[in-house]
Design a protein around this ligand. Structure first.
Ligand code: HSE
Length: 403
């Protein structure tokens, strides 16, 4: 019997309890997972979890029988301090807290390694979608070349409503809030910060070096209009918020979060509503796509409980799946060197555009007084320099390359 604890009884924490309370994993794991404590500052009178509730973290910390803890609090503090103390006592910790992993991942993974414990966080990226563990085991034979993902369900829902139902951003956001997808303060989602933490974690796992999210340029979807959506349609594409990371031959890592034009030929183009999907390109396998529910109570709890089971199965032989080194910022490729094609809307004439980009693919007839065009693939710095020669640029969106 393995005694486990849950810290934080919010949406995901209560989902973890629900699964653990309703299922017996003995056949799958050879062990029973018994909830010993649930830590929350709130009371839950009458709830079936009530008998496990405590307000004192020390109950969990000082109980030697508790070997695995699910940190479901979110936020940095006190989640960091709690996780640190638990790992120092040799207790394994699992989490869905992408902010914590993306901020203190190197220290917490190091602590886990030093104390023969595990720190696992499958649920921090893609909710219930298995992606981190496949990267760390099934894809080990590959050099990962590129990652491109729809990593945020709320923004994908908003964009899907704009694309398929002609709602503008404000209407679609209101809908997302009414459906309970978007937070009342939706900034972390719509400004791209949530996706930024997730691509930072994916890139750190892919290349074994800590990719600091502060070094990842991040744009959200607040400025996307129905005109942009229509231009994309004319280019047989859709607009998606993409977390993107790649590595070049010199080992420099590039990462970015931005709305991108995605061709309908890409498997990511058909990923709609609150679903997430991550396409990983490996040198041996080529592309593989991981798809499913990226958020929500039971989908996220599904990944958390799987991590708890994994910890229980590796109590005496910690997996030490990864350790991230903090490296200098010079491991990142400067954005101006990254090659990309760009979709641009401009008030300049067709002739003026073709004088700057003779190979441009022009799209007109969407909005009076402007045209759109797609540039050839060029380093971003060179693109910027050429774009300065045009007038009235209303929008610019990177184009996701079809691999
Ligand atoms: N707010 C996130 C999303 C869920 O909409 O995808 C958890 O990461």
């Amino acid at each position: 019997m393995a005694k486990v604890a849950i810290i934080g009884f919010g949406t995901v924490g209560s989902g973890v309890f629900e699964i653990l309370n309703n299922k017996d994993f003995t056949q799958k794991t050879g062990e029973r997972l018994d909830v010993g404590y649930i830590l929350d500052i709130r009371d839950f009178p009458g709830h079936e979890a009530e008998r496990y509730m405590t307000k004192d973290f020390n109950d969990i910390l000082n109980d030697p029988k508790v070997q695995v803890v699910a940190e479901m609090m979110g936020g940095l503090h006190p989640a960091y301090e709690f996780t640190k103390e638990l790992l120092e006592r040799g207790k394994s910790v699992v989490t869905s807290n992408k902010e914590l992993v993306a901020t203190y991942g190197p220290e917490l993974l190091q602590l886990a390694a030093e104390h023969q414990a595990n720190y696992l966080f499958e649920a921090s990226v893609g909710g219930g979608i298995p992606v981190l563990r496949p990267m760390m085991s099934c894809l080990l034979a590959n050099d990962i070349l590129r990652i491109a993902g729809i990593l945020n369900g709320t923004t994908n829902y908003i964009l899907s409503e704009m694309i398929h139902h002609g709602k503008d951003f404000e209407q679609a956001l209101k809908d997302a809030q009414e459906k309970g997808y978007a937070e009342r303060n939706p900034a972390a989602d719509v400004e791209g910060h949530d996706a930024c933490r997730k691509i930072a974690i994916l890139a750190s796992i892919a290349w074994g070096k800590f990719v600091d999210y502060n070094n990842i340029p991040t744009e959200g979807i607040c400025d996307i209009t129905l005109d942009d959506v229509q231009y994309a349609e004319k280019l047989d594409s859709v607009i998606k918020l993409i977390g993107y990371a790649s590595i070049n031959k010199a080992g420099k890592i590039y990462a970015r979060v931005s709305p991108m034009l995605v061709s309908r030929q890409s498997p990511l183009a058909g990923v709609d509503d609150v679903y997430n999907a991550i396409v990983i390109t490996g040198d041996a396998l080529g592309k593989s796509m991981f798809y499913g529910r990226g958020a929500g109570k039971l989908p996220t709890a599904s990944a958390v409980v799987a991590d708890m089971i994994d910890c229980v199965k590796h109590l005496k032989a910690p997996k030490r799946c990864t350790v991230w080194k903090r490296c200098g910022d010079d491991m990142m490729l400067p954005c101006e060197e990254k090659e990309t094609a760009m979709f641009v809307r401009t008030a300049s004439s067709k002739e003026a555009v073709l004088a700057v980009f003779p190979e441009a693919q022009i799209v007109d007839g969407v909005k009076a007084g402007e045209i759109g065009f797609v540039t050839p693939v060029l380093p971003e710095g060179a693109l910027d320099a050429r774009l300065e020669r045009l007038e009235g640029i209303a929008a610019r969106l990177r184009v996701l390359e079809i691999e």
